[in-house]
Design a protein around this ligand. Structure first.
Ligand code: G6P
Ligand code: FE2
Length: 192
């Protein structure tokens, strides 16, 4: 297959909303997140009720080669399932030893990270904050505020997305609201 010659291009992302006029986003409604939230009863009733859009993101279909970079914006909407904040599914990279960088354009939230060795960390997003996701860390964006959490991200184009590990084992930690404030708790369902 002849390598597609890459040409420079420009794409627009709104500085506040993160939306692009020229690309379609990938959308994740609640119904696409079965098993990701701790409270199954609250999840099922939320899906039956109005199956809210939890997040959407813009990803470019560029060649997934080691020398290339993918970039785009991610928009996580405000909301909760039970007392657990709206969040992305979270993923490891298929090439585990590849990192990612996020830059928050608007909103308030967190990036919850964990590696296979059992280390975990949380970094907080607010406008102007850049967050570094080291290689080997799974990463999940969480909206802790009342407005959309908008971030710009970039990562190695061949990194790939491994959802399977998180879907089967879950995350070690959850971020839930307790007395009106975010609290990091152990995931009661986490499987070693
Ligand atoms: O892949 P998810 O965990 O659903 O997160 C949605 C998207 O947001 C992030 O910003 C990543 O850079 C994307 O590669 C990812 O696909
Ligand atoms: Fe990623």
């Amino acid at each position: 297959m002849t390598e597609k010659v890459l040409k420079p291009f420009t794409i627009d992302f709104d500085l506040i909303t993160g939306h692009s006029e020229t690309k379609n986003s990938t959308k994740r409604p609640l119904s696409k997140m079965k098993g990701m939230y701790a409270d199954d009863v609250a999840f099922e009733s939320a899906v039956q009720n109005d199956d809210q859009l939890v997040y959407e993101f813009y990803e470019l279909d560029l060649p997934e080669t080691p020398g290339n970079l993918l970039f785009g914006t991610s928009i996580v909407y405000p909301g909760k399932v039970g007392d657990e904040y709206f969040m992305t599914k979270g993923h490891f990279h298929t090439i585990l030893d590849t990192g990612e960088v996020y830059y928050c354009l608007s909103g308030y939230g967190a990036m919850l990270m964990e590696n296979p060795e059992g280390d975990w960390d949380i970094q907080y997003f607010s406008p102007g904050k850049g967050v570094y996701v080291p290689p080997r860390y799974a990463h999940r964006s969480i909206n802790l505020g009342n407005d959309p959490l908008v971030t710009f991200f970039t990562f190695r184009a061949d990194a790939g997305h491994d959802y399977g590990t998180i879907e089967t084992k879950g995350y070690r930690k959850l971020v839930v609201e307790r007395d009106g404030k975010p609290e990091i708790i152990d995931n009661p369902k986490w499987k070693e």
